[in-house]
Design a protein around this ligand. Structure first.
Ligand SMILES: Cc1cc2nc3c(=O)[nH]c(=O)nc-3n(C[C@H](O)[C@H](O)[C@H](O)COP(=O)(O)O)c2cc1C
Length: 311
């Protein structure tokens, strides 16, 4: 066997100044604050944990039903339920900091001032590797996607957050736009260090017998394998348009799925809906990536980033 196949591949990456031992992260909102999955997954093995979205004040979220299973995916309208930034910093972050894994905090607000206030609080805390700004949640009435589908609002919001923190700043982009690359450029112009994509696609399901929407919120965000080709395409387009590193996500279940995103141009990937089906999905993805790299004699994951061959 050639030497490169026998040696363990190097999966470490530098993402916007954050050193990741491997590119496997958890997608926000699908892995709680890490502790919820610690019985299934050795968190030390993950490149990083991106926590459930945090806001200035606690939020109860939407009334049930909040989840509906679809072919190859799910619709959710959780409504960004969370305990608020102060409870997160005092009660959730200390647990995660015990592990040797990067902690990326996903956050959002209902106004520019709220976003900035959360960023300031996170900036003054210890043990946070980076901030992922959710400007793309389709399941809340104000904020979220309202910012992420308007170029001027995207630029103004991210510029204001940029001034509030020195932490690596990652903008989580919405797929619910015509040209995702325009939003990637706006994020770059605002001083962001990296991008995450994609958030969920706006969808709806109807119970034909009751003639009512399946979700109390009427519409929800579609995620899971059904969205993967859309996500891969958006990562590919974005990687060609801007030099910022990208966290790719959308329907990743296996190592092979993850490597699709890396070849499309992502420097790291996040596993989301798969965690609901298989709580060990993150580690299965990591092991699967390692196995394919070994099989192909690839020594470092860095040499695969953006290396899809397009004719
Ligand atoms: C139940 C649920 C909750 C989510 N909560 C958040 C959130 O709080 N913040 C955020 O930016 N994205 C959130 N997302 C979006 C995911 O992080 C991810 O971008 C999306 O689901 C696509 O990846 P997947 O197909 O692997 O799930 C959530 C997704 C799901 C399914």
């Amino acid at each position: 066997m050639p030497k490169s196949r026998a040696t363990k591949p190097d999966l470490s990456v530098d993402f916007a100044g954050i050193r990741l031992k491997n590119p496997v992260l958890t997608a926000s909102g699908t892995f709680g604050y890490g502790e919820e999955f610690a019985d299934f997954v050795d968190l030390n093995r993950l490149g990083g944990v991106i926590v459930k979205g945090i806001s200035l004040k606690p939020i109860k979220g939407n009334p049930p039903p909040r989840i509906w299973e679809t072919p190859s995916g799910m619709l959710n309208a959780i409504g960004l339920e969370n305990p608020g930034v102060d409870v997160f910093l005092a009660g959730k972050l200390p647990y995660l900091r015990k592990y040797d894994t990067a902690v990326i905090v996903n956050m959002f607000g209902y106004s520019l001032d709220e976003y900035v206030a959360v960023a300031e609080r996170l900036d003054s805390a210890q043990g946070i590797s980076g901030i992922e700004v959710n400007i793309s949640c389709p399941n809340v009435k104000a904020g979220g996607m309202a910012f992420g589908t308007d170029l001027k609002a995207t630029f103004e919001l991210l510029s204001a957050i940029r001034k509030a923190t020195r932490l690596p700043l990652i903008a989580k982009l919405s797929p619910n736009v015509t040209d995702v690359t325009a939003f990637a450029r706006a994020a770059q112009d605002a001083g962001c260090d990296g991008l995450s994509l994609i958030n969920t696609l706006l969808g709806m399901a109807i119970d034909v017998r009751c003639r009512k929407p399946r979700l109390a919120n009427c519409t929800g965000g579609l995620s899971g394998p059904a969205v993967r080709p859309v996500a891969v395409r958006m990562v590919w387009q974005t990687a060609r348009a801007v030099p910022l590193p990208i966290i790719g996500m959308g329907g990743i279940l296996t190592g092979e799925d993850a490597l699709e995103f890396i070849l499309a141009g992502a420097s790291a990937i996040a596993v989301g809906t798969a965690n609901f089906v298989n709580p060990r999905a993150t580690l299965d993805v990591l092991d699967g990536m390692t196995a394919i790299m070994r099989e192909q004699g690839v020594r470092t994951v860095r040499e695969l980033i953006g290396k899809v061959s397009v004719g």
